[in-house]
Ligand binder design. Structure first.
Ligand code: 5GP
Length: 178
């Protein structure tokens, strides 16, 4: 029997267990440890949703690295595009460095595209992307997601850092809209 949970006005059903997530995160870490062993990367953890993934992932990362926490703020300005993105929290000089963006979920890829554009202007050596979850049916951008934990269908999920109206981030499993 599936154990439904209620968050505000919506019901969610269990989708990915803590064990499934743990094994996916370990696979991502193993790949990073192998591919970036000579790099001393800077991990840029995109708050808020990525905090839990980042914590689990970075405990399994064994290569020397730095960790920093950032936010992407979007606001509607007067520019022609109508939307301006700004990076908050990055105080380190990352020029010449290998940067690993740590995301909770990549859906359309709009957020990621903006972040990559900002980082590319900072003369980094290379940008890699690690995301706990990816919705391949929704993702239409060309930018390569280097390290993906689990690919999921185009459904709304909560838990493991992801929220519904501010709630559910603390759940150690991932739930999907019932
Ligand atoms: P994108 O810009 O790739 O379309 O969306 C990225 C952001 O949308 C994520 O960082 C996350 O905050 C939010 N998002 C996308 N899909 C989901 C989902 O299924 N559940 C939750 N809680 N947030 C999502």
């Amino acid at each position: 029997m599936t154990q439904l949970i209620t968050i505000k006005d919506k019901q969610f059903r269990p989708y990915l267990s803590a064990e499934q997530i743990e094994s996916a995160v370990k696979n991502v870490a193993a790949k990073i440890n192998k591919e970036l062993e000579n790099e001393t990367p800077v991990f840029l953890v995109v708050l808020n949703g990525s905090f839990m993934f980042a914590s689990d992932l970075l405990k399994e990362v064994t290569i020397p690295c730095e960790i920093s926490f950032i936010k992407v703020a979007s606001y509607h300005g007067t520019s022609s595009s109508g939307s301006v993105s700004e990076l908050i929290g990055l105080t380190e000089d990352i020029s010449g460095r290998t940067v690993v963006i740590v995301e909770d979920i990549v859906d359309t890829g709009i957020t990621l595209e903006k972040l990559v554009a900002i980082l590319q202007r900072k003369n980094v050596k290379q940008i890699k992307v690690a995301s706990a979850l990816l919705k391949p049916d929704s993702y239409k951008k060309d930018y390569k997601i280097d390290y993906v934990g689990i690919e999921i269908p185009n459904d709304f999920v909560v838990g493991y850092g992801l929220d519904y109206e501010g709630l559910g981030r603390n759940l150690k499993e991932i739930y999907v809209l019932a």
